[in-house]
Design a protein around this ligand. Structure first.
Ligand SMILES: [Zn+2]
Length: 383
């Protein structure tokens, strides 16, 4: 129960293995409408939605679901294509669970929806990688590898962004995905370090008090990171108590993720003519994710207010702060966590995002959208 709650609640890179397993194990919880979506003649909506691969859904079921999304004002679907273990497209790099992406692209095109390939980036639960490259995994401040001592939950096995082998591996997965014909874009999730501090609303659930950064949640202290830090700054982690060394060490880790996005992954996406987007944290320092400096087309901050013990005014404030931190050419969609919203609150949530300057919202996730949610969403999206 505890772990399931965490998996469901963690805004971190949202969803994942548990969710993918649930989808592949049962179609329960995903009941497509048998009614045509309202307003199917409406133009392309500005809003996006995250969706799992839902392997047991039929083509007809998906067709209805996609048409309903489109009719309600959704313009793009972020479809799970890689969960850090298995691929849901015809990957030549990762083990393939099913070619869901290739099956859905024509249906989405017919419905008038763009499809972005939603992939986990740094967590790697592929047993083959764990066996062949144990050194690829991040190491915490106690010297423990995330491969053997993952923080919080068993799937928190993150790779080190500074390892050449890791960068090549991720570059290959992204290049492979970006080559899929008809794909609108690559959507990076879990493009970050493990949370050094969890969102405040989540800590009590797990009996954790994180009033500061503790070494067991703080990454990456592997020998490659230590060496690169020393080479680039002239400083050593032995002097970490010094404020200037601490600041440089934080900067080094922000830049490690930014470099992975801008220098390694973005070129692979751009040269294939795809968009690049990312799911990001509002409290970016806690995951070393300085997304305001990323060369992406859009960011989708996960403004899951319930995890931060906040209301919808917080969604507006964090949307505005994110918007102000970005270059004008980068689009921002406010990520909304549907289980935190009663159906009748959906219009206010859309308004909160608009008030902060968002181009639209991105709903997490398709499975959480009830018939009533959809009805309220469609009305608000047209307003
Ligand atoms: Zn490292």
């Amino acid at each position: 129960m505890k772990r399931r709650d965490f998996l469901r609640l963690l805004p971190a890179g949202v969803l994942g293995l548990a969710a993918a397993n649930e989808w592949s194990g049962s179609a329960a919880g995903h009941e497509p409408s048998t009614q045509p979506g309202p307003g199917t003649a409406a133009g392309p909506g500005p809003h996006w939605i995250w969706s799992g691969p839902n392997l047991h859904e039929t083509a007809d079921g998906w067709r209805r679901e996609l048409e309903r999304m489109k009719g309600a004002g959704i313009g793009a679907v972020l479809l799970t294509v890689y969960n850090g273990h298995r691929a849901f497209f015809r990957s030549r790099v990762a083990p393939v669970a099913a070619p869901r992406l290739e099956e859905l692209l024509p249906l989405a095109r017919a419905a008038g929806l763009a499809v972005h390939g939603w992939m986990w980036t740094l967590p790697c639960n592929d047993p083959d990688i764990q066996a062949r490259h144990p050194e690829w995994y991040v190491v915490n401040g106690r010297g423990e590898s995330a491969r053997t001592h993952p923080a919080y939950v068993p799937y928190y096995k993150f790779l080190c962004p500074n390892r050449a082998g890791v960068r090549d591996h991720l570059r290959n997965i992204v290049a492979d995905l970006a080559a899929v014909a008809g794909l609108a874009g690559v959507h990076l999730d879990y493009i970050r370090y493990p949370d050094v501090i969890l969102p405040v609303g989540l800590q009590p659930r797990y009996g954790i008090v994180q009033d500061r950064e503790y070494p067991q949640y703080d990454y990456c202290y592997c020998e490659v990171c230590r060496r690169k830090f020393r080479e680039s700054t002239g400083m050593t982690l032995d002097d970490l108590p010094r404020a200037d060394v601490r600041a440089a060490w934080d900067r080094f880790r922000y830049d490690s993720i930014t470099g992975l996005v801008n220098d390694v992954l973005a070129p692979e996406v751009r040269q294939r003519g795809r968009q690049l987007t990312a799911a990001v944290f509002p409290n970016w320092r806690n995951v070393r994710q300085e997304w305001s400096r990323w060369r992406v087309d859009a960011v989708l901050p996960m403004l899951y207010h319930g995890f931060y013990n906040a209301g919808l005014d917080w969604v507006t404030a964090r949307t505005r702060a994110g918007r102000e931190s970005l270059d004008p050419g980068v689009t921002l969609f406010s990520g909304l966590y549907v289980p935190h919203l009663a159906p009748e609150e959906v219009p206010a949530a859309l308004q909160a995002a608009r008030a902060g300057g968002a181009a639209g919202v991105s709903l997490f996730d398709a499975r959480a959208m009830s018939e009533t949610h959809w009805r309220h969403f469609a009305t608000a999206a047209r307003a």
